[in-house]
Ligand binder design. Sequence first.
Ligand code: B12
Ligand code: SF4
Ligand code: SF4
Length: 409
Amino acid sequence: MTGHLIPTPMAHTWETWQERKVRLRAQASTPDALASLAARVIQAVSEAGVDAVAITGAQPFPEVRQAIQDRKAAGYHATMSFTFKRPERSTDPGFIVAGAQSLVVAARSYRRALPTESVDEQVPGRVAQYQWTDHYDVLKTALSAGAAVLRAEGWKARVVVDDNALVDRAAAHRAGLGWWGKNANLLLPGRGSWFVLGSLVTDAPMPHTSDGPVADGCGSCNRCIPACPTAAIVSPGVIDARRCLAWIVQAPGDIPLEFRVAMGDRIYGCDDCQDVCPVNKAADRVVTPPEAEAEACAWVPLVELAMATSAHITARYGRWYIPGRDTDALRRNALVALGNVGDATAGEVQDAVQFCLADPNPMIRRHTAWAAGRLGLDGALASALSNELDPSVRVEITAARAVIATVVH
Ligand code: B12
Ligand code: SF4
Ligand code: SF4
């Protein structure tokens, strides 16, 4: 295409696509043009559904790379890959866009009032607020509107939202959107932490919108640390993902026994360290949280999820992170939650336990055995044990029956 001649804005002259790109770049690189570009990019992003947007530099984040390496050395990353897999890349925007100069960083609030209607008559399982609807998608669309402005002027631009390629909180911190909370979340001044974050990486050297990071707003507060049900905040700002319920419910394999009771009714995510935060509570007093979207998925029927087919789960919850796309991981979560909050006398709960004790997947049978133990359904366990051949399931059934025996005597 570069040999194809196109008319310039000046009459009677022609240029190649390459020449046009160079000309547009030169015109767009003056300080005034870059300031105007920045204003238009910010406007495009702001108008498309974000609550805060800022521009900062795209230099690497060596201190975050070091933090990731330190956490990996301590084992705090559990089995996660994400930004942990290649920290030298996830902490350098230059790997996303060659010659990256600026980051346009945006935050979208997902704070909504808790829908009062739970799910039919069934036992509800709880979903963390950031996943009630797809806020990442709105954020991506908004940042893409900014990318379109940049590309129209010949700049490179790529949107990364919750992507393994960039550490989102660090970008937002550098852009002056907020401070690092002791619960590790980024808090926006006066508005708190109920925000998802994302960036647009570009080679346009736009002026920055802030003078630097926001001052710490936690002060002497440390409420989130003891509020964590599994003691996962091992020091201010440092999460041991092996203990964090948000990771435990996303991890492949069995839910470790020591965290099953602490899971309570959660099936996806955990909000405890944000629920207790006084900055979040104060923000709610200033602006009453809006109603949740009509399609919001704040509650999930546990019995239905425990017995659901893979196709149903993929259709209904497929946008969530599900390890290895193995939908049995969500059924596993539902079974643990059912063991914690189900009513053992309810026919539907007993039916779900019977059904799942006969599941072909031993992981499902193991978690059902645990749930049945919590619910005191010894009859179902006794008959399952008589047919069970898998040693790992037999161990769980026997342990669950022992728990029931202890409680009864
Ligand atoms: C891996 C991951 C997780 C893991 C690990 C979390 C973690 N803290 O690392 C798990 C699965 C546990 C998780 C859970 C959640 N996550 Co998450 N997660 C990510 C992901 C993919 C990468 C994070 C990462 O790179 N961590 C690396 C470590 C080194 O970073 P860090 O923990 O932020 O550490 C910094 C601080 O410790 C700070 N620091 C250093 N020294 C000190 C000292 C003090 C005193 C303090 C206060 C801070 C501080 O510097 C460190 C380095 O930057 C990002 C998306 C992305 N691509 O960035 C989302 C992301 C961080 N998660 C997000 C969300 C919403 C959550 C949950 C709230 C979801 C939920 N409700 O269940 C929970 C919150 C748990 C928590 N308290 O952190 C949002 C955060 C939004 C925000 N406002 O902060 C992100 C940015 C996704 C997004 N695009 O919006 N998450
Ligand atoms: S998300 Fe839940 S488990 Fe993880 S650190 Fe916060 S309170 Fe603890
Ligand atoms: S609870 Fe307190 S210490 Fe924790 S993030 Fe909120 S203000 Fe900071």
